[in-house]
Structures are given as C-alpha cells and as structure tokens.
Design a protein around this ligand. Structure first.
Ligand SMILES: [Zn+2]
Ligand SMILES: [Zn+2]
Ligand SMILES: [Zn+2]
Ligand SMILES: [Zn+2]
Length: 339
C-alpha cells in the first residue's frame, strides 16, 4: 500500500533496540546491524542506522521510491544494493543517496539531452560512474535491410537521416541495438546514442569489441553480476564481463576498473575455478582482440580448433554488426535477484 504522504515514510535512524547480544542491533525500521558500536554500562549508546539515513536522503531528493535489497549489514559496510520501482539495481551509499536510482538518473539525462529512447536491462548492477549500463535502443530507424529500390540507391550515402527516406518508404523499425554506456557517456557523448554510429563511442570500441566477441563466441550474454559487492579485502570484484554458468570472466585493461578490484577479481577467479581472460591495454583493434581471446581460450582448452573458431567469430561479428542485434532478450529480463 502506498503511504498517504511522504512524511510518514521517514524512518527513525536511531537504533532503538539492542537484542540478542551487544553486537547485534536493530533500528526502528527493522534494519539489522552486526557488530555496530556497543553500549557500555547500563545506558545504551544511541547511534544512527546508515540504511535509514540513505533511504531518508533519497526520499528527500527524489519522488521515486527506492528499496534496499537486504535489511542486514555489517558494521563498516557503507555500500548497499538497492532497487527502484523500475527494478534497476544499483549500489548506494550515503554520498550517492541524493541521486536516488543512478540508472534512472542516467537515462533521464540522456533522454532529455538527446531525445533518445532507451531501455536499461534491469538485472545489471550499477556500481559506479564508470559501470557499463547495458541498454537497448528503441529509436525508430529506417530498416537497414530495406528492399525498396529507391532506398537501396539512397543508402549508398551512409549518414542519411530518417527524413530522407520518409518520402518514398514506410519501412521503419525500432533500432533494438544492444549496447553499453557509462552514465558519463550517456550525459556527455552523443555518439553512444547515435544509431548510425552503432552506439559505440570511439573511446570504448576496444571494450565493446571484447564484450561482443565473448557473447558471439559463447552464444550467450556476459553481463552477469559480480560475485559480490566486496571481496575479502573490501575491494569490489569487477570484470568487463562475466558469465556465471559458463564460468568465464574477462577484463580489457583499458576498462576503467580500479586496479585493486582487478587484483581481487583475479584471486577470486583462481579460487573459484573461473577462467579469467585478461586482454592487454594496447590490444585495441577488433581483429587483434579476437585473436588474443581465441589464443587464451585455446590455451585453457576452452575451445578446440582455434583457427576455425577465429574465422567463425569474425563472420558472426560481421553479421551481428550489420543486423544491429546482439542478444535482444529484454523480455526475459525480469530476474531481480540473479546472483
Ligand atoms: Zn534503519
Ligand atoms: Zn531506476
Ligand atoms: Zn526503405
Ligand atoms: Zn539505435
């Protein structure tokens, strides 16, 4: 049931109850904190619940409701996973709480700035500014495979606008292109929203080429969420792409992943028997990236017949780029807690 007005939604951030033992505390909103500051003597020390503060700050600045995925945290854990009413998943802490849902924020900025129609895949976890949000473009474009003779003549010129076709054709379709963009790119880089440019900003082409190569090679998406928000040392585990059921993760080193997160990821992959493919920063051309990936997968005995695999990959990538399709399964995208 919706609360009648937002004043009722505010929760008391003060822990009111000390339960079980002195290291387990529950606030009035039912958030459980393990290992929080303890009370000494008879008078309990009143301290604030970080979760309540985050929710209150978010409500103060945004109309949209956000919900924390878990009501439990460990003292000192500052980051929490949250969802918005569109089921986007994102990491929130006290310093980012005023944004509310970061995915909604990024999308609305892009839409108001460039008038683009976008859908974000809801199972992808937004971690920080440089996280790649997986998106699908819903702009209307002229069908790239249009058979109209006049259109075929026109299409020799690559940068035609939809208006140029409109007079003699009604073969328009949704772009439906899957692509990745950081919130920074959605805000400042019009190239990422441009259907004619395949939604690849020049600076990201190596990362996108890497992601596409893996997805085409294995025939499945590589956008599973990371193992957890934090590794054992507190640094997050981050990859450029990861597929849990395949047991394969990869990182292109030009991706803006903090070095410590990359190191933690490497260790985690080793102990969990996940194949971790690292593509060096200076390998940037699509052909070279594909070659490195094939060589490494072949060395790990994950693919046989490397030369054949390479040719098939190149062919399928080419096909995918011309049809604008990656893995357009946005309707099956309702798994909220996929881990
Ligand atoms: Zn609380
Ligand atoms: Zn959202
Ligand atoms: Zn046409
Ligand atoms: Zn598009």
């Amino acid at each position: 049931m919706e609360a009648p007005n937002d004043t009722i939604l505010y929760t008391d951030p003060l822990y009111s109850l000390l339960t079980f033992d002195r290291s387990v505390n529950i606030c009035s909103a039912g958030h459980i904190c393990h290992g929080a500051p303890q009370s000494y003597g008879t008078a309990p020390i009143r301290f604030e619940c970080t979760m309540c503060n985050i929710l209150n700050t978010s409500r103060k600045h945004n109309k949209q409701q956000i919900v924390l995925v878990s009501n439990t945290y460990i003292d000192g854990d500052r980051n929490f996973e949250a969802t918005c009413d569109k089921n986007h998943r994102f990491i929130i802490n006290e310093s980012t709480a005023h944004f509310g849902c970061r995915v909604c924020y990024a999308l609305s900025t892009a839409m108001s700035k460039y008038n683009s129609k976008l859908i974000a895949y809801t199972h992808c976890l937004y971690i920080h500014e440089n996280s790649h949000i997986r998106l699908q473009c819903k702009n209307i474009i002229h069908n790239p495979n249009c058979e109209n003779v006049l259109c075929k003549q026109l299409s020799r010129s690559p940068t035609l606008t939809i208006r140029k076709y409109a007079a003699n054709c009604n073969n328009f379709i949704a772009c439906n292109m899957d692509f990745y963009a950081s919130s920074h790119q959605l805000k400042y880089n019009p190239a990422v929203l441009n259907c004619n440019e395949h939604h690849i900003p020049p600076s990201q082409s190596a990362i996108v080429a890497t992601k596409r190569a893996f997805e085409v090679l294995f025939g499945t998406r590589f956008d599973d969420n990371m193992f957890g928000i934090h590794g054992p040392t507190g640094a997050g585990i981050e990859f450029t792409g990861y597929n849990k059921s395949m047991g394969v993760a990869f990182t292109h080193l030009s991706d803006k992943i903090p070095r410590k997160c990359c190191l933690v990821a490497q260790k985690w992959c080793f102990t969990n028997e996940v194949a971790f493919i690292i593509i060096p920063e200076d390998i940037v051309r699509s052909k070279d990236i594909d070659r490195v990936i094939i060589d490494k997968l072949s060395a790990l005995e994950l693919i046989a017949q490397p030369q054949y695999a390479y040719q098939r990959l190149r062919h399928n990538l080419h096909y995918m780029n011309s049809t604008h399709q990656l893995f357009p399964s946005i309707n099956n995208d309702s798994q909220l807690h996929a881990t």
